[in-house]
Design a protein around this ligand. Structure first.
Ligand SMILES: [Zn+2]
Length: 375
């Protein structure tokens, strides 16, 4: 008996809603995963993250292997215990971040050697080492090790990179082995090219995974190109397995991806924006640093149930941002995470009820309205 499963409860067009079951708890889909890069969702306590409605967090293999180190986390009881989050954790493979953050990289068939951006020390990542690190961390959903070129890129470069990633996907599968209660996801590559996406999907289906990611998007191609690709790429992946779009995105990216058949997403945007005074609301983006909020006693978003909106005024949020008080990042991060989870909950309900189109129209209408007029 498998200890993990994915059940679809409803579809509306290409949009799907369901649940992933793991020994550490259920993940309701479509799901948005807050990012806990360095074993913390910045400025949030784990119990606060849970209160927003998050079922699963993302941890970054690249960051954790460098600091504090995967072996150390394992000795301390694993990532769940280390960061005090007992629900599911998905870890990325390190492949994307090693290409974007590390210095002096050398890419071979075997893997990538690189120098740490933290202290310059030398490290190696390969499919086998990535699987080992993710096992040491205790990840519930493990990502295959892949390589991804920034877009735009020449077709030949995208094709050879994708084929290397497919050979690494097989090695990831072999190294992962049989681990009941844990899932391994393969990652489709191929840039914006339909043929390459199909070749990649065929290779992954042949290997067989517990879930499939659409990789290599949100790397600079723009929303229109990403949506064009999502019009065909998810449909190439097995219907009975979860589909994960990595590193996405803004609220309208998230909604557009779900509309096109994506079940899971992650992004640093809610927390990163929260720390820079930017709030996502039903009526679009609010920059709390703007002087118009200085005397405004109204909440950031009157329809939001988060602590920032129920306990504080725009004037207060403006003041603590301008005063560089830590509570500013805490409150706005919470609010933004709450907003993203509210979107996901709204979409899950709408898909189940067969009313996704209506929900989507209301979502866009609210944003088009813009922020409440100044007092
Ligand atoms: Zn709020």
């Amino acid at each position: 008996m498998s200890e993990t499963s994915f059940t679809l409860h409803g579809t509306d067009g290409a949009a799907r809603t369901g649940v992933i079951r793991t020994p550490r708890g259920e993940i309701r889909t479509p799901a948005f995963m807050p990012v806990g890069t360095a074993a913390t969702v910045k400025a949030m306590l784990p119990e606060s993250v849970r209160e927003t409605g998050a079922d699963v967090l993302l941890g970054n293999t690249y960051h954790l292997m460098l600091r504090p180190g995967a072996e150390r986390v394992a000795r301390l009881g694993g990532l769940h215990r280390f960061m005090n989050w007992d629900r599911p954790i998905l870890t990325d493979s390190g492949g994307f971040q090693v290409m974007s953050l590390a210095g002096l990289r050398k890419l071979t068939e075997e893997g990538v050697t690189f120098r740490s951006h933290v202290d310059g020390s030398k490290h190696m990542l390969s499919p086998e080492r990535s699987m080992e690190i993710q096992r040491l961390l205790g990840s519930d959903i493990v990502m295959a090790f892949d390589e991804c070129p920034a877009l735009p890129a020449e077709r030949e470069r995208v094709a050879s990179s994708m084929r290397l990633s497919m050979r690494w996907a097989q090695r990831s599968r072999d190294a992962f082995g049989d681990r009941p209660g844990h899932m391994l996801f393969g990652i489709q590559q191929g840039g914006l090219d339909r043929e390459l996406r199909e070749e990649s999907a065929e290779a992954l289906r042949g290997i067989g995974f517990d879930g499939y990611a659409v990789g290599g998007l949100a790397v600079g191609e723009g929303q229109a190109a990403m949506f064009d690709c999502l019009d065909f790429a998810p449909g190439m992946l097995p219907e009975d397995k979860p589909r994960y779009l990595m590193g996405v995105g803004k609220p309208d990216d998230v909604v557009g991806a779900v509309k096109r058949g994506i079940d899971m997403m992650d992004c640093v945007l809610p927390t990163r924006s929260g720390r820079t005074g930017q709030a996502f609301t039903r009526r679009g983006v609010v920059n709390i640093k703007n002087a118009r909020h200085a005397d405004d006693p109204r909440p950031l978003d009157e329809h939001c149930a988060c602590p920032a909106c129920t306990g504080y005024s725009r004037a207060y949020l403006h003041h603590v941002y301008r005063s560089h008080e830590m509570i500013s990042g805490m409150l706005l991060s919470w609010h933004n995470l709450q907003y993203f989870q509210d979107i996901m909950e709204g979409m899950r309900g709408a898909i189940a009820a067969g009313r996704f189109g209506e929900w989507e129209a209301a979502f866009h209408a609210g944003r088009a309205e813009g922020d409440i007029p100044p007092l």
